[in-house]
Design a protein around this ligand. Structure first.
Ligand code: NAG
Ligand code: NAG
Ligand code: NAG
Ligand code: NAG
Length: 205
């Protein structure tokens, strides 16, 4: 006579077995190696950009940048703290060896539940207008985010957030090269570019 003659015992054994072999590894994976949050940004969302527009005296007009930043907690089983304010920097490249800051924006420290997405939708006003990337008919905007996050788990350390992306806008047509959101990645060598010594520099008008 088999030991496992009772159906209830079998189901119990079976579900325990299922729990250990299937669910445990999934739970462990979720907790042991949670994912970093992902960041993406949509510049000039549904907004006509007219970079070429000048004032009556042909002096550069300040540019209003509408933006929509999405911060997604990619983990369905763990929350995220953002203990430091997130600093967003808007810049452009006048040429391949220089980056010029146009505006800065700060998002206060916040907590983000499992799998949640935070939306930051706002505008920044630049002091002056950007110029085209030397030798092209594009304005090469750059958006950078610097901050930190921590998993909602005892004894975990802060992880640095340092991500960026480039958004190209055709100077002639004022159209973005790629519409919609741009995913932000670890900045490359261009992030090491130095700003011009003169902080008030906003292009050769
Ligand atoms: C931008 O503004 C200027 C001056 O107001 C105008 O002449 C030009 O047609 C505009 N360009 C676009 C693409 O709207
Ligand atoms: C890049 O642009 C800045 C500002 O116009 C200028 O001072 C600098 O000399 C340029 N560098 C190169 C390599 O063209
Ligand atoms: C551009 O911004 C600067 C600094 O905020 C301000 O002094 C200037 O009046 C603005 N210019 C226009 C045309 O709005
Ligand atoms: C910008 O727009 C003009 C006019 O449509 C076009 O001729 C040019 O190729 C565009 N440039 C880029 C880099 O898309």
């Amino acid at each position: 006579m088999a030991d496992c003659s009772s159906l209830a015992v079998c189901i119990c054994c079976g579900s325990f077995f299922l729990g250990v072999t299937v669910l445990m590894p999934v739970m462990l994976a979720l907790y042991a190696s949670p994912s970093s949050p992902s960041f993406s940004v949509n510049l000039f969302d549904n907004q006509a950009i007219n970079i070429t527009r000048n004032g009556d005296d042909h002096s550069p007009t300040n540019l209003t940048i509408h933006f929509h930043l999405k911060v997604k907690n990619e983990n369905s089983a763990i929350g995220l703290h953002y203990p430091d304010p997130l600093k967003i920097t808007f810049s452009y490249f006048p040429n391949v060896s220089m980056i010029v800051t146009l505006a800065e924006y700060t998002v206060d420290s916040f907590y983000q539940g499992n799998g949640k997405t935070k939306h930051v939708i706002d505008v920044v006003e630049t002091n002056g207008a950007p110029t085209v990337l030397d030798g092209t008919d594009l304005v090469a905007f750059r958006v950078d985010v610097v901050g930190s996050f921590r998993y909602k788990k005892v004894g975990t350390k802060r992880h640095k957030v340092e991500l960026g992306c480039i958004v190209g806008v055709n100077y002639t047509t004022s159209q973005k090269l790629l519409s919609g959101f741009t995913g932000m990645k670890k900045p490359g060598l261009d992030s090491q570019l130095k700003p011009p010594p003169n902080n008030d520099y906003y292009g050769a008008y």
